[in-house]
Design a protein around this ligand. Structure first.
Ligand code: A3P
Length: 283
């Protein structure tokens, strides 16, 4: 293990020590949300960056200026990261806050503040492929020995950020308790529902097309503020891959899963689980 691969353990999961400390994690758990906050909650590789970009553009009414000049981690910082406090000093409204933490850590504070939560889920078959490639380039994540090994770790929930199944199940089980809008990566491909009343942000047709253009895969792939090329090679080895890799929905036949099919019992989804892996606990 390299120095960069140090791991922090919190709330039953392992997280990269490069981005998290016990202090930053406990600060996240104690964070006081406000009523106007918009929180993007995801398991990694579910379309986090895409949703950050869409929200930035929605609140800018399609004007790409902010999206093209400020990195996504400063516009929509991760609550649990060590640099969160510094990033939040920018004072933008509404505050867009991102998190990969499990729901049970944040649910009481979110509920108390009546903050808005957008939960983005993605087909786990695509997540595991995307996450595998990301592990190869991210120096702060353990190098997978093979895809097969990584798949088993993913299925067993022993990868960093914990079990995808528990993450989705945890957040969706709180759907009626929180002010939560649920959408999938596959929905974003088909019908992103820009300007949905949930966000209180009515948009004109020309604003919607500007948002669609600026948040398209090809535009984001070229935008240094979201494609992570600003991150130095000792943290993300850009010779090993690209953050904006393919941006497709390949894991599901018929073009992807609508949100109605990733249910609060996501374990039922896992036809991909090998018989030998005892992951499929009764839902
Ligand atoms: P792939 O590795 O499958 O290409 P996250 O931001 O949660 O880490 O997710 C990263 C994944 O979202 C990557 O998937 C990335 O390419 C994809 N992504 C980011 N922006 C996208 C966009 N505008 N359209 C489609 N996919 C996008």
């Amino acid at each position: 293990m390299t120095e960069m691969e140090v791991t922090e353990h919190f709330a039953g999961i392992a997280l990269p020590g490069h981005l998290h400390t016990q202090e930053s994690l406990h600060a996240a758990a104690a964070f006081q949300f406000r009523a106007g906050d918009v929180v993007v909650a995801t398991y990694p590789k579910s379309g986090t960056t895409w949703m950050q970009e869409i929200l930035t553009l929605m609140y800018s009414k399609g004007d790409g200026q902010l999206a093209k000049t400020v990195p996504n981690w400063a516009r929509a910082p991760w609550l649990e990261h060590i640099y969160f406090k510094d990033m939040m000093q920018a004072g933008r409204e509404p505050r867009i806050i991102t998190t990969h933490l499990p729901c049970h850590v944040l649910a009481p504070a979110l509920k108390k503040a009546k903050a808005k939560v957008i939960y983005v889920a993605r087909n786990p078959k695509d997540i595991v492929v995307s996450f595998y490639h990301f592990h190869k380039m991210a120096k702060f994540l353990p190098e997978p020995s093979s895809f097969e090994d990584f798949l088993m770790q993913f299925l067993n929930g022993t990868v960093q950020y914990g079990s995808w199944f528990d993450h989705v199940e945890g957040w969706l089980s709180q759907r009626s308790e929180l002010d939560l809008f649920y959408i999938t990566y596959e929905d974003l491909h088909r019908e992103p529902r820009l300007g949905h009343p949930f966000l209180g942000c009515a948009l004109r047709p020309e604003e919607v097309s500007a948002i669609q253009q600026h948040s398209s895969f090809s535009a984001m792939q070229k935008n240094a503020m979201v494609n992570y090329t600003l991150v130095s090679c000792d943290i993300l080895d850009h010779s090993k891959g690209q953050f904006m890799r393919k941006g497709r929905t390949e894991g599901s036949r018929g073009g992807g899963l609508p949100s109605s099919q990733i249910t609060p019992r996501p374990r039922q989804l896992c036809s991909l689980r090998p018989r030998s892996a005892p992951l499929c606990r009764p839902g």
